[in-house]
Design a protein around this ligand. Structure first.
Ligand code: PEP
Ligand code: MN
Length: 449
């Protein structure tokens, strides 16, 4: 939607009259206003032109000409904004992407859940431990994870910290992806290391050798394209805290359109995608590519209504449906949605989140996921699209570059009894580095199979 600078305020804030789920209950609204006023004057974290470029890439995904790899922490944390953490995450995503690019033989659009993924919707407003109930932790952008009454009070100062943590993260990501660290031959060498040293590596040897041959062939031909030396990488997060997202929404001087400049792409979560709610109204007002999480209760009518609200012009690349059905249900629940949406003429990108429908609590009390369920949901996603002749557009995963023990299974066979060893997530359990690479190689096999 095109707006004049003058009318942008009313459009950007039209969501304010609507019910907004999952917002913090700030005790001091004056303090909130002071912070958001300051944020409105801060420089954008991304440029509208970059968001447009991602939108064009996602249009290729929607048309079946590219694959989306979207991944990162469930929740980023302020005390984990370090070069090592960011590098490890990026390295893992780049390694996955190299394997997927070769197997899918189409460009892989790389989008991190990064540089802004600090806010969490919660299924319960309170958390109870040993008979004591406190407000739930809602992400570092809202309150603290410590189980004390003080830490759990929402503090608007945290919005400012989120901005600065996001800026620092994005700055390093930009440095890594354009400054030589992302060199494809280097990324391939890391993959060769993984194949050599991981428990499941042998299985992937043939694929790794094929990639090696392809790179050697290019080298022998004297081909050394610029694309081998840097990568296009985008940042995304859930647009949950509307005060923050609105404070970072600006009119693009080139087009007069509104962009949320807190990230290239934002998505609306399963718990906040009410058609008459503030989040969908906010997403409708911005021109970034937007995603919507679609869970098992979604009806085809709801999906079509979301398209009407968010993609009235039916522009490929604008809207991505991120499905999260659960491994045991995706084969039944996804086909009617894809069929009806396709029949409507809309061109959405279909992306599989194989994490959020497969969470359970282990006897130890740890929230966890089975690697085999994650893989099976992706398998089901590919089967459904193959059956309907539509495009399995990509995967959206919660992962880290560290050797944590949060999900069970995978090539290194993490057992339920191992979970306590390195369970570090600020929210949901993530695939660790080797589980993420396992997934990429197995999805690559699926793509070819
Ligand atoms: C998430 O992506 O971390 C999340 C909360 O997902 P969903 O909205 O699908 O439950
Ligand atoms: Mn999550």
């Amino acid at each position: 939607m095109t707006v004049n600078a003058d009318s942008s305020f009313s459009i950007a804030s039209s969501w304010r009259d609507l019910p907004a789920a999952q917002q913090p209950d700030y005790p001091d609204l004056e303090a909130l206003r002071a912070v958001t006023t300051e944020l409105q004057g801060y420089p954008p974290l991304v440029f509208a032109g970059e968001a447009d470029q991602l939108r064009a890439r996602l249009a290729s995904v929607a048309r079946g000409e590219a694959f989306l790899l979207q991944g990162g922490d469930c929740a980023e944390a302020f005390d984990q904004v370090s070069a090592d953490q960011i590098r490890a995450k990026l390295k893992t995503l780049l390694q996955m992407s190299a394997v997927l690019t070769y197997a899918a033989a189409v460009p892989v659009v790389k989008v991190g859940r990064i540089a802004g993924q600090y806010s969490k919707p919660r299924s319960k407003p309170t958390e109870t431990r040993d008979g004591v109930s406190l407000p739930s932790y809602r992400g570092d952008s809202v309150n603290g994870p410590e189980f004390t009454a003080e830490a759990r009070i929402p503090d608007p100062e945290r919005l400012r910290r989120m901005y600065h943590a996001s800026a620092a993260t994005l700055n390093l990501v930009r440095g890594f992806t354009t400054g030589g660290y992302a060199d494809l031959r280097q990324v391939h060498a890391w993959n060769q290391d993984f194949v050599r040293t991981s428990a499941s590596g042998q299985r992937y040897e043939a694929l790794a050798r094929e990639i090696d041959n392809a790179l050697n062939f290019m080298k022998a031909c004297g081909a050394d394209p610029a694309e081998f030396h840097s990568v296009e990488f985008y940042a995304s997060h859930e647009a949950l805290l509307l005060d923050y997202e609105a404070a970072l929404t600006r009119v693009d001087s080139r087009s007069g359109r509104l962009y949320d400049v807190s990230g290239h792409m934002v998505w609306i979560g399963e718990r906040t995608r009410q058609l008459d709610g503030a989040h969908i109204a906010f997403a409708a007002s911005i021109s970034n590519p937007v995603g919507v999480k679609i869970g098992p209760t979604t009806t085809p009518e709801e999906a079509l209504a979301l398209i009407d609200r968010l993609d009235p012009e039916r522009e490929a690349g604008r809207l991505t449906f991120i499905t999260r059905m659960g491994a045991d249900r995706i084969r039944d629940l996804l086909p009617p949605l894809v069929e009806r949406v396709t029949a409507s003429g809309a061109q959405v990108a279909w992306v599989c989140d194989p994490m959020h429908g497969n969470t359970f609590e282990a006897a130890s009390g740890h929230k966890t996921r089975r690697f085999d369920d994650v893989l099976d949901e992706v398998k089901g996603f590919f089967e459904v699209h193959k059956g309907l002749g539509t495009h399995p557009g990509g995967i959206h995963v919660e992962l880290t570059g560290d050797d944590v023990t949060e999900c069970v299974g995978g090539g290194n066979e993490i057992l339920v009894d191992d979970l306590h060893q390195r369970y570090e997530t600020a929210c949901d359990p993530r695939l660790n580095r080797s589980q993420s690479l396992d997934l990429a190689f197995l999805v690559a096999e699926m793509y070819r199979g």
